[in-house]
Design a protein around this ligand. Structure first.
Ligand code: GDP
Length: 453
């Protein structure tokens, strides 16, 4: 356990109802007690764990805010150490003032991710769970939140432990077998070796697949709404980003210089490229609109192609249609509140959804179609998933070592040689979970955290 007591503001900077200053370490309660005076006169040091008190925060003699202090005693806290959280008013100045008082009372400034790192070092969570803490914070859709929470609760760690157990059993069998080096591999042992190694190989393989299928949860779905002017693209965009269930943020495009909107829809994070360009060029729509549509179509994973169902298809519609593929396109037939003039059948093999964007009708059907075409329903949010590149790379390494061990076994190598590969796979998995990890690896994981977490 670290000797240093550290503190940081754990809530985002800005104005909010509450701001939390977290203090963790041996002296946490004592330090909090010097800046916080409970209204009932009881010292924080006399309070049991999991208790809270209302009171006042002082900077020396001067009262700087009213606050609630919550006391957690080691080991029953997030970090496993003594922790005091001071919940004061959520203003930038006030939270900084409280933090300054806490630092002046003897705490040191916490590094990014230091609270979670301490939780890891104190055995509260492994490295996979620690990474999912970060994932939970940055989750942008219901499904991502679900998988990150499952990982935080140990789903992936349990899976890794099962594989480790199989490899350990294999190692133990090898050790027993090595006691009789002159004898041939008895059939029974060989069966068991292959059973264990096949199990490890298959489980690692399916974890690797989970990384690919989980990509749309981690990175969102690059989506585009295309269609000629006036078919209802903007109205559909408004329907998708309805305030009650979406987070709409402007994020600068990472690969292209465009503004993108991130919209939570159908449990997924849809990253929609801004369609402002199409609207600005209303006089030359036919050409520019189609050009822009082409660009979007070639780069998007999901295309919502909007057509006005109350109007016959014209040459623009037909040109757009000719650019689309049923693999990643949903035909959205809008304005179903009006007399229909298009027969759904013209869209042949495409998944087609009827909506009235204006009235918000057909939303559920559109959600289902989006989940189907992105294969979101095939991802089991309760299953073990690899959620970071670090996890993927290490599982890949362990998988290769296990495959090599299996091939060696098949080709009759000595048990010692096979054992080296199995040990390598085990040691890689220990790095993954953090059971055996260097400071550099741990630092690399926690470096990405924000201060206060
Ligand atoms: P965009 O140019 O494709 O972005 O189209 P807009 O979203 O600006 O819509 C063009 C016009 O169609 C507007 O007057 C909308 O109010 C109207 N509109 C959009 N969706 C519907 C719908 O579902 N039903 C009806 N009746 N009108 C709609």
């Amino acid at each position: 356990m670290s000797e240093k007591t550290v503190a940081a503001i754990s809530t985002p900077s800005g104005e909010g109802g509450i701001g939390v200053i977290r203090i963790s370490g041996k002296e946490a309660i004592k330090i909090a007690d010097t800046v916080f005076k409970a209204a009932n006169g009881i010292s924080l040091c006399a309070m049991p764990g999991y208790s809270a008190a209302f009171g006042y925060v002082y900077d020396k003699e001067e009262q700087i805010d009213e606050a609630v202090a919550t006391v957690f005693l080691e080991p029953k806290s997030y970090t496993g150490e003594n922790v005091c959280e001071i919940s004061c008013h959520g203003g930038q100045y006030v939270t900084s003032a409280v933090l300054r008082a806490v630092l002046a009372a003897g705490a040191q400034m916490a590094a990014p991710g230091e609270f979670t790192k301490r939780a890891f070092l104190n055995g509260k969570l492994d490295l996979i769970k620690a990474e999912s803490v970060m994932g939970l914070i940055s989750a942008k859709s219901r499904e991502e939140l679900r998988v990150q929470l499952a990982a935080k609760r140990g789903k992936t760690s349990e899976e890794i432990e099962k594989i480790e157990a199989a490899l350990l059993e294999l190692s133990a069998d090898f050790a027993a077998y090595s006691d009789y080096p002159d004898e041939d591999l008895p059939e029974l042992s060989a069966d068991n070796f292959f059973r264990l190694i096949n199990f490890a190989e298959a489980e690692l393989g399916s974890l690797l697949t989970s990384f690919d299928s989980g990509k749309i949860l981690r990175e969102g779905v690059a989506a585009a709404i295309v269609g000629k002017p006036n078919v209802g693209k903007s109205t559909l965009m408004n329907m998708l980003s309805r305030e009650k269930r979406s987070i709409v943020t402007d994020i600068a495009g990472t690969t292209r210089d465009v503004i993108e909107n991130s919209v939570s829809f159908a449990g997924l994070n849809l990253i929609l490229a801004d369609t402002a360009g199409i609207r600005q060029t209303k006089d030359a729509v036919e050409e520019v609109g189609v050009e822009l549509a082409k660009e979007r179509i070639s780069s998007a994973q999901l295309i919502l192609a909007v057509f006005d169902s109350s109007d016959e298809l014209d040459s623009n519609d037909k040109e757009i249609l000719s650019l689309l593929s049923p693999d990643n396109t949903i035909i959205v037939l809008n304005k179903t509140d009006k007399q229909p003039k298009i027969d759904k059948a013209v869209f042949g093999g495409f998944k087609t959804v009827l909506i009235s964007a204006k009235n918000g009708e057909g939303e559920k059907e559109l959600e289902n179609a989006v989940r189907e075409i992105t294969a979101a329903d095939k991802i089991n949010p309760a299953a073990a998933l690899l959620l970071s590149e670090r996890q993927r790379d290490l599982v890949q390494e362990a998988h290769s070592a296990v495959t090599e061990a299996k091939n060696m076994l098949k080709s009759g190598f000595t048990i010692d040689a096979v054992e080296v590969c199995v040990e390598e796979a085990l040691s890689t998995l220990y790095t993954l979970s953090g059971k055996r990890v260097t400071n550099e690896v741990a630092d690399e994981v926690f470096r990405r955290f924000c201060v206060g977490k």
